[in-house]
Design a protein. Structure first.
Length: 623
């Protein structure tokens, strides 16, 4: 399955949200990509439930209003579905049953509806553009947001400031889906819908922003124009070589609309390049086409190369050598936004997608370094990239001892007060159990650090301080408590933490208590939305492998639960049903989950490797 360039390329599959927005943008641009639009439409149509709704994940109860609105609107806009179709009538009935489009909560849904004239621009997005000009020394500044939030907010704030509505004549009218018709007075409709706490939080933030703006010395009208230009340039400066904004499809689609709001022609070279970049992210599916939000090539290649090396494929094997050469070519060398919080630090990280040269992250960097380290002993030429990467990882540790995903110190909890669905997860980039645990695992197994080192001790203490009462840890980028607990336990054991420590024993008890009767493990995406463990009542390959890997890290000898889990893993390799494609990657709680097509291979192989390496003299009984 490896490509000639040394990569492994698997689909990074999410729900229909990005496909829907791509259809809307292509129609707004009036581009003649009929075959493409039809295939995007067909994938969306194929995922509709019998109830008429769409879901974010398979076992989501009832259906998801926002996703159903996205799907319904895009299918109508495509022209390949009609209001009179039975499937569309069922979708419309579901939307009305949930209170209509005014009840949507996801900010992206609101923005795409507002930008095409279907929804008033929400008051919660009417943040003065001058906010972007506040210095980082201010109590609240644009760089207090996470990098992910910034590249989405910049185009959104431009459009909201201008109350942009595209003039595409082909846009369908969704007014029949609004239980209560809008009026001009509804522009601030979102404020009354907030809870009292949300209103107070929003007002606190706005007061602070306005206070900071008043201190900026400039004529208000000139200040506004300067802010508008800054927001535009912020986007343009972060366009990657493939034309996308920060290598995300979602932010790129928003950027295209925001450039239109600034007066760019629909055929402007920047917009044309962005569309071309999005097209390179398309993945053929059985039912049509899917627009990946950010292809996972670096992540998949690094993990698979490591798994193959652990399984016995040495550096001299052509497959491994090509993957390492590819990864070396992808190491970042630019001082970008991440350096704002860690100045004077040489670049040395890796990103998630191969077009990504500006936004390295801790997880991809440790993944790349793991596979390089396995060959570095025999190849001195690998020491420089290894050292630069290791230094970057060490500098990214937060003051609280944990590790973030993308940027150090982006922890201003004020920003979580924004009355925007998902703000608590996306607005900032705090330490998390999965990043902290996996970084400790890397430092222990690949860098040779243990509890004698202050950096490690601080990371360990963060994990101990952030363990859940039931013994689990919450994982930010995977589903969810299984993911976080696996990362925490493997990290603790890698740095030689005491396996008999009460926190470890408590976590192990939790894992054993939730093991399924078939020997595997499975957790619902509902856990991520509700913030407590919810069983899937079935086993998935990746989650079973994570739980097993954690237990293997702790137990010096195999146990009956481990052996039952290993049998489940082996059976999964011959299984192809909904459990093998269940989304176990997370991005935005309740809105965006991902099925990594690579995961059914990577994590079981790693668990098998670790079982064999640790228990060489033991084996699963033939029974």
């Amino acid at each position: 399955m490896q490509q000639k360039d040394g990569t492994w390329r698997f689909c990074f599959e999410s729900g229909i949200l990005i496909d829907a927005y791509m259809i809307i943008v292509l129609r707004v641009l009036e581009l003649p990509y009929e075959a493409l639009i039809k295939k995007l439409h067909d994938r969306i149509a194929e995922r509709q439930e019998l109830s008429g709704a769409w879901k974010v994940y398979p076992d989501e109860e009832d259906g998801n209003l926002d996703t159903t609105v996205d799907a319904y609107y895009a299918m109508l806009y495509s022209g390949y579905s009609k209001r009179t179709d039975a499937s569309m009538q069922k979708a419309a009935a579901f939307i009305r049953s949930k209170g209509g489009i005014r009840q949507v909560r996801t900010v992206l849904t609101k923005v795409f509806l507002a930008a095409t004239g279907q929804y008033p621009w929400p008051a919660s997005l009417m943040i003065p553009l001058e906010f972007l000009l506040l210095p980082s020394s201010a109590p609240l500044s644009f760089y207090d947001f996470s990098g992910f939030a910034r590249v989405h907010f910049a185009p959104i704030l431009i459009m909201a400031d201008r109350k942009f509505v595209s003039n595409a004549s082909t846009a369908p009218d969704l007014s029949e889906l609004d239980v209560q018709s809008y009026s001009d007075a509804d522009a601030n409709a979102q404020i009354p819908m907030m809870s009292s706490d949300e209103k107070r939080g929003f007002q606190t933030i706005m007061d602070e922003i306005h206070s900071g703006i008043k201190k900026l010395a400039a004529i208000p009208s000139l200040l506004h124009e300067r802010a508008l230009k800054y927001a535009e340039q912020y986007m343009l400066d972060r366009i990657e070589s493939d034309g996308t904004l920060y290598s995300y499809a979602s932010s790129t689609l928003l950027m295209i609309l925001s450039l239109l709001s600034l007066g760019y022609d629909k055929r402007h070279p920047v917009i044309a390049a962005a569309v071309d970049g999005l097209i390179t992210m398309l993945w053929p599916m059985k039912s049509g086409l899917h627009l990946q939000n950010s292809p996972s090539t670096i992540w998949d290649t690094a993990l698979i190369s490591t798994a193959l090396q652990q399984a016995g494929a040495g550096q001299n094997q052509e497959s491994v050598a090509r993957s390492i050469q590819y990864l070396l070519s992808m190491q970042h060398d630019k001082q970008a936004d991440w350096s704002t919080h860690v100045p004077h630090t040489p670049a040395g990280g890796w990103g998630f997608s191969e077009s990504n040269t500006l936004n390295p992250d801790v997880d991809d960097t440790t993944a790349a370094l793991r596979t390089i380290r396995l060959s570095a002993k025999e190849n001195p030429n690998l020491l420089d990239p290894w050292n630069r990467g290791l230094n970057w990882i060490l500098r990214m540790q937060n003051k609280d001892g944990g590790w973030p995903a993308f940027e150090k110190g982006v922890t201003n909890t004020w920003l979580t007060l924004f009355p925007i669905d998902g703000a608590k997860s996306a607005a900032i980039d705090p330490s998390s159990a999965d990043l902290t645990g996996r970084t400790l695992e890397f430092l222990g197994t690949s860098a040779g650090l243990d509890m004698r080192h202050a950096t490690v001790r601080r990371g360990v203490q963060w994990l101990l301080d952030n363990q859940q009462p039931d013994g689990s840890w919450y994982g930010r980028w995977g589903i969810c408590y299984l993911y976080g607990t696996w990362a925490a336990l493997t990290g603790l054991m890698a740095v030689k933490f005491d396996p008999e420590h009460p926190s470890v024993r408590k976590a192990v008890r939790w894992l054993l208590q939730i093991q399924n009767e078939d020997g595997g493990w499975g957790e619902s995406c509902t856990s991520d939305r509700d913030r407590h463990y919810v069983p899937l009542h079935a086993s998935t390959p990746s989650q079973t492998a994570w739980a097993l890997d954690a237990l293997i890290a702790v137990y010096s000898l195999p146990s009956a639960p481990i052996d039952r889990g290993m049998r489940r893993i082996l059976l999964h390799m011959h299984q192809d049903d909904w459990t093998t494609i269940y989304p176990t990657g997370a991005a935005l709680p309740g809105s965006f989950y991902t099925h990594y097509h690579s995961y059914r291979y990577i994590w079981p192989l790693m668990a098998l490797n670790h079982y064999r390496r640790k228990y060489q003299q033991c084996s699963i009984s033939d029974t």
